[in-house]
Write a new protein. Structure first.
Length: 152
C-alpha cells in the first residue's frame, strides 16, 4: 500500500488526500492494486493483513481480554480509515487537472505491484511457510522476555 502511495506521490507531488479523487477513471490498473492492498491493510480474509490481525487479536486475548478488546477496536478504526481513504482517493469524480492527466502503470510498476499482490494473497491463503521460518526466532524472543521478567 505504501508503494502505491509512492507511485501517486511521484505523479502528483502531494500527500494530501484532498488532492486526489477519481483515480480509477484515469488509472484503472493502479486502482485495482490500490484497492487490493487497502483491503489487505484493513484485514480482509484471504490476505496477509488478515493473518497478521488475527494473530494480534489471538495473542492479546491470551494476555488479557481487555487488551484484545482494545486491539480489536483499534483494528476496526484502522479499517474504517482505510476504507474512507479508498473512497476519497480512488472513487468518485476526477478531483483536479493533475488527476485527469495521470497515466496508468507502466510495465515495471505493474510487474512490481503484481508480484506484491501475489505475495499478499499467497501469505493470506497459505501462511504456514512464513510462520515456520519465524517460529525459531519468535520462540527465542519469548524466552528472552520471560527470563528478563522472572530474574530479579
Amino acid at each position: 500500500m505504501f508503494l502505491c502511495v509512492g507511485v501517486m506521490y511521484d505523479r502528483v507531488h502531494s500527500r494530501e488526500i484532498s488532492a486526489y479523487g477519481g483515480v480509477i477513471n484515469t488509472m484503472p490498473k493502479f486502482a485495482a492494486f490500490m484497492v487490493l492492498f487497502s483491503l489487505a491493510n484493513a484485514g480482509l480474509p484471504g490476505t496477509s493483513g488478515f493473518i497478521g490481525e488475527f494473530m494480534v487479536i489471538l495473542a492479546s486475548f491470551k494476555a488479557n481480554v481487555w487488551y484484545a478488546f482494545l486491539a480489536a477496536t483499534i483494528l476496526v478504526l484502522g479499517a474504517a480509515y482505510t476504507l474512507w481513504l479508498v473512497k476519497r482517493v480512488i472513487y468518485g469524480e476526477v478531483a483536479n487537472d493533475k488527476v485527469a492527466a495521470l497515466k496508468d502503470l507502466n510495465g515495471r510498476e505493474f510487474l512490481v505491484l503484481g508480484a506484491l499482490a501475489v505475495a499478499v494473497l499467497l501469505v493470506g491463503l497459505w501462511p504456514a511457510p512464513l510462520l515456520d521460518v519465524m517460529r525459531a526466532s519468535t520462540q527465542h524472543l519469548a524466552q528472552q522476555l520471560l527470563v528478563s521478567k522472572i530474574a530479579p
